[in-house]
Design a protein around this ligand. Sequence first.
Ligand SMILES: [Zn+2]
Length: 118
Amino acid sequence: MEVEKLEYFRSVLNDEMKALLGEAGKTVTEMNSDASNFPDPTDRATQESDRNFELRIRDRERKLINKIKDALDRIDTGEFGVCEECGDPISEARLKVRPVTTLCINCKMEEEQKEKRQ
Ligand SMILES: [Zn+2]
């Protein structure tokens, strides 16, 4: 892939990372600020489930952040935009929609088929 395009994807990934880290930081602050002082057990329970929800989101964010880091690594090593399954180039249209992807559309579809059968 051309350097210009790689740099384009690098900036897209960096922006997404910054947005996610901003969100993640906010969640932690909110969790710390209202973590206690709920004497009513009902409120307490609601608060707990809210927090589980937050943690699930954080888990998803963390996974996405790792994927973005991997994608940035692949830009550095020159593997970005190459399908890790079959070695074919991943289409730019696909990378624009999902820059963290590591599979070309054919391999992705095969993977989804396999998942459905399981
Ligand atoms: Zn492939």
